[in-house]
Design a protein around this ligand. Sequence first.
Ligand SMILES: [Zn+2]
Length: 131
Amino acid sequence: MAPASLELQVSELSVEALFCRTWGHAWDPTGGIDEKNYKRKPALYVEVDCGRCGLEATEIRSAADYKLVRRRYGTYPEDYLLRGVGRLTVETKAVIAGEAISELRNMNKAKARQAAKVAEAEVAAVEERAS
Ligand SMILES: [Zn+2]
């Protein structure tokens, strides 16, 4: 079966996946640091995970100057991957960014509605005390 269209697949990505793909992962160290060689040079293996989508990775850094040599990714969350898309082009990234911005706007609208509700309740409480 052919993979679903890009637009359909993008619409099914989690908000976390859309945000990480658009603005980058929110890497945090989990505390794990291992010292061992990478390609015969002393290296630090630093465990990190993304505070947003949950992806885990190992950063391999030079023990001499801490430069990032490479990053090994763990298993991607199920709703993160696009099937049959291959390496992401500027156009594909723009489709993902468009969906991410649409989600962001929905979140902003929901926040504004919530803030309006809180303000209404406060006004009602003040009126109640005044009467
Ligand atoms: Zn992430």
